[in-house]
Ligand binder design. Structure first.
Ligand SMILES: C[S@@+](CC[C@H](N)C(=O)[O-])C[C@H]1O[C@@H](n2cnc3c(N)ncnc32)[C@H](O)[C@@H]1O
Length: 208
């Protein structure tokens, strides 16, 4: 048994999250939801940071959306940016089935355009989960810092790109972008951050 399987056995079964996986398969969507151990971590980080306004970039079927919404305290809200209307509809359905639908709003379209819109509207957030197209991670990070309240938490999934990030032979656009993102998450003077190397890697930082 891998260490990740060991953790997942401890986490146990979760009817709401299992339903998301089933729905994703039924809709023939990609099976690329966040890993269970990191899903639990998102819930904990949202709860521990007392975040009221959470921004997710990349909704897919709502797995991470459920994990983020579970961490919200009273009056909290999840805003989720998703490229595809069909996926946003599935994610909304997943949150509704989990009794969390009232906490979430979905904004459909390219996240880059919608982040610019959120900036123009003066929206601010306390927690960010970046999990969309990997080439845009450095840009998403800049937006997150601009849209952040002081002390906000920024997280980004797939920091290791299944080994490509640390492979010197790999130099595609996603790899270059992810290296830049990881480096900024850990060394940018505006942040205090680190990388968690389990699963496919999760970058976590706090805005100073
Ligand atoms: C890895 S999946 C997200 C998984 C989800 N966060 C979870 O863990 O349940 C990536 C998602 O980002 C969306 N996406 C890709 N490019 C995007 C873009 N430019 N703007 C917004 N969403 C995008 C995809 O449609 C897909 O649903």
């Amino acid at each position: 048994m891998s260490t990740e399987q060991y953790v997942e056995r401890l986490l146990g079964r979760d009817a709401d999250l299992e339903r998301v996986h089933k729905t994703i398969r039924e809709h023939e969507m990609p099976e690329i939801s966040i890993a269970p151990g990191y899903g639990r971590l998102l819930t904990m980080l949202v709860r521990m940071s007392g975040a009221r306004n959470v921004l997710e970039i990349g909704a897919l079927g709502g797995y991470s959306g459920i994990c983020l919404a579970r961490g919200l305290s009273d009056g909290g809200r999840l805003t989720s940016l998703e490229l595809l209307q069909d996926y946003a509809d599935v994610a909304r359905g997943s949150l509704e089935a989990a009794g969390l639908g009232h906490l979430a709003e979905y904004i459909v379209g390219d996240a880059k355009a919608n982040l610019s819109l959120l900036e123009r509207e003066g929206r601010k957030f306390d927690f960010f989960f970046i999990d969309a197209d990997k080439e845009s991670y450095p840009l998403y990070l800049e937006y997150a810092i601009k849209l952040a309240n002081p002390g906000a938490v920024i997280t980004g999934d797939n920091a290791l790109l299944h080994g490509k990030t640390t492979d010197p032979e790999k130099s595609g656009p996603s790899v270059i972008a992810m290296r830049q993102f990881n480096e900024r998450m850990v060394t940018d003077k505006r942040l205090i951050g680190t990388l968690l190397p389990a699963y496919d890697g999760l970058a976590v930082a706090m805005v100073k």
